[in-house]
Design a protein around this ligand. Structure first.
Ligand SMILES: [Zn+2]
Ligand SMILES: [Zn+2]
Length: 376
């Protein structure tokens, strides 16, 4: 017979969450098997842990207050399942230990998620994924997206039991509350005995005599709504935002899975992004590159003036420090890199041509000058 969880933690029924945490901390330290060498310390520690797990979780505590220990005991009787091959074929003398049929089928068929089919303990629901496409600039600056959610949560009237009153939630007579039944199958190897979830109670060990009038006995209600999900600035394609508890329903009182909102960022015709750095190109005339100038350059933070030094070469890269994307976590901004493309004029006026010829002559004499310098 288990002790009352409140008694285990030395609390009254009206204890606050802080009281529970404080009591747990104190007792856990006192009975931690690493620190306390008394023979019953480990057992005490486990008891404290279990009491805390239930009382600190608002939903579990509500169920405990209403239904008592019984609501949490279904899993406990599962430990001594024994060898499912008892009475069957001996596979070359190697014991299969506590491997159950579920495990073996999983490894054959690769259904990794379905381990221990006969387990009746609480299990977290599967996570779900929702992909949403956002614009390039929304990813840089952060945004809010609407995500339609469709999930199930425990019925507030029956707290997930599906029973109209606590008295209508009773131990399953078919399996005596263990949640499992043993079946024997004739195979070419002989008789194989295996465990399966009880067909009467579906493995929960409990049945409902009178169904809850709010949820019709299902124990949960379906919620469909649209959530506004904040997407932080600096997010990139493939990154996910987790929305806790909005995934698939948990089993046997386990919590819901989580919903992951995966971001797909559209490309931009102005910028490319590498991590938190931004790259763009700018076209400048060869004259501006030769003489140097100040050029306007579009960045994710608006138009900035970039200093083009005299003698800038084609494909030169100019850096605007700190004008990239703010890091998702540290908020430290990346940099903006401007790639210079040099524009060669195609339509020249006579005056421009004669000026360039003059330039050409000057360049030629400069070359000669260098030549004579080296000869000398
Ligand atoms: Zn049953
Ligand atoms: Zn209900």
């Amino acid at each position: 017979m288990k002790r009352d969880y409140y008694e285990v933690l030395g609390l009254s029924k009206g204890a606050t969450k802080d009281d529970i945490k404080a009591a747990y901390r104190k007792l856990a330290k006192q009975y931690h098997p690493d620190l306390n060498k008394a023979p019953d310390a480990a057992k005490k520690f486990e008891e404290i842990q279990e009491a805390y797990d239930v009382l600190y979780d608002d939903n579990k505590r509500k169920i405990y207050d209403q239904y008592g220990q019984a609501a949490f005991e279904q899993g406990a009787s599962m430990g001594g399942a024994g060898n499912p091959f008892a009475g069957g074929f001996n596979f070359g003398g190697q014991g299969f230990g506590d491997v159950d049929l579920g495990d073996i089928f999983d490894s054959f068929f690769g259904t990794g998620g379905r381990r221990r089919q006969t387990s009746t303990g609480p299990r977290k629901g599967n996570d779900t994924l929702y992909r949403v496409r956002i614009s390039f600039m929304d990813a840089v600056k952060g945004t809010t997206v609407n995500v339609p959610v469709d999930y199930e949560e425990p019925c507030s009237r029956c707290h997930g039991t599906g029973a109209e009153t606590p008295d209508d939630y009773v131990t399953c007579p078919e399996c005596g509350g263990t949640g499992t039944v043993r079946t024997r199958t004739q195979t070419i190897f002989g008789t194989m005995e295996s465990q399966a979830a009880c067909p009467r109670c579906g493995g929960s060990g409990k049945i409902v005599r009178k169904a809850c009038s709010a949820c019709g006995g299902k124990g949960y209600t379906r919620i469909r709504k649209t959530l506004e999900v904040k997407i932080p600035q600096g997010i990139n394609s493939g990154q996910q935002v987790r929305i806790s508890g909005k995934g698939e329903r948990g089993r046997n009182g386990g919590p819901n899975g989580d919903l992951y909102v995966e971001i797909v960022v559209a490309s931009s015709d102005k910028f490319t992004r590498e991590g938190n750095d931004i790259h763009s190109t700018i076209e400048l005339s060869f004259v501006d590159c030769a003489l140097g100038c100040k050029a306007d350059c579009e960045t994710v933070n608006g138009v900035m003036s970039v200093e083009v030094p005299a003698g800038t070469q084609p494909d030169a890269i100019l850096k605007l420090k700190g004008q990239g994307v703010s890091d998702l976590r540290t908020h430290k901004p990346g940099d903006h890199y401007v790639h210079v493309k040099v524009r060669t004029p195609t339509k020249l006026s006579e005056t421009q041509k004669s000026l360039l010829r003059e330039f050409q002559v000057q360049e030629g004499s400069k070359k000669k000058g260098f030549g004579s310098f080296f000869k000398r």
